[in-house]
Ligand binder design. Structure first.
Ligand SMILES: [Zn+2]
Ligand SMILES: [Zn+2]
Length: 139
């Protein structure tokens, strides 16, 4: 069971488990090229300070997906769980790997212009590319 102060999750095979203590950020949807290639579609992820997240499981592997970030995945079931920017101390957690993601709301989307167009882009989710860029440049 998850509560606002304590969120659990893991990959499909159960090889990787995590606990996030404290509040999670609203979901951010990313439509960028890297997410397409790694997830196979747009990613929906929450985020938490790295210090608040405990991860267990030997099957967790890290792949450096760009010069600014690594992605954490399970090398047994292939689940993509984490996105860890090298430039600050937060970790993104793919929303569907939470045991109870129903407590989260969707806060925004980025890189919609990069989406190849094979599915609709949600109309009711704000585009926050500018805010995201400003946030990145600050760090
Ligand atoms: Zn797994
Ligand atoms: Zn992306």
């Amino acid at each position: 069971m998850s509560s606002p102060e304590h969120h659990t999750g893991g990959c499909h095979c159960g090889g990787v488990r995590y606990v996030a203590h404290g509040a999670l950020r609203p979901i951010l949807i990313c439509h960028c090229h890297d997410c397409m290639k790694i997830i196979g579609t747009s990613i929906a992820a929450t985020s938490a300070p790295m210090a608040n997240v405990e991860i267990t499981g030997d099957s967790l592997k890290w792949y450096q997906s760009s010069d600014i970030a690594e992605r954490g995945f399970c090398d047994i079931c292939g689940a993509s769980l984490f996105y860890k920017p090298l430039y600050h101390q937060h970790i993104s957690i793919t929303a569907g790997t939470l045991d109870d993601a129903s407590v989260l709301t969707c806060g925004g989307q980025i890189f919609a212009h990069d989406h190849p167009g094979f599915m609709p882009i949600p109309d009711d989710v704000p585009h926050i590319d500018e805010k995201y860029k400003a946030f990145k440049n600050k760090t």
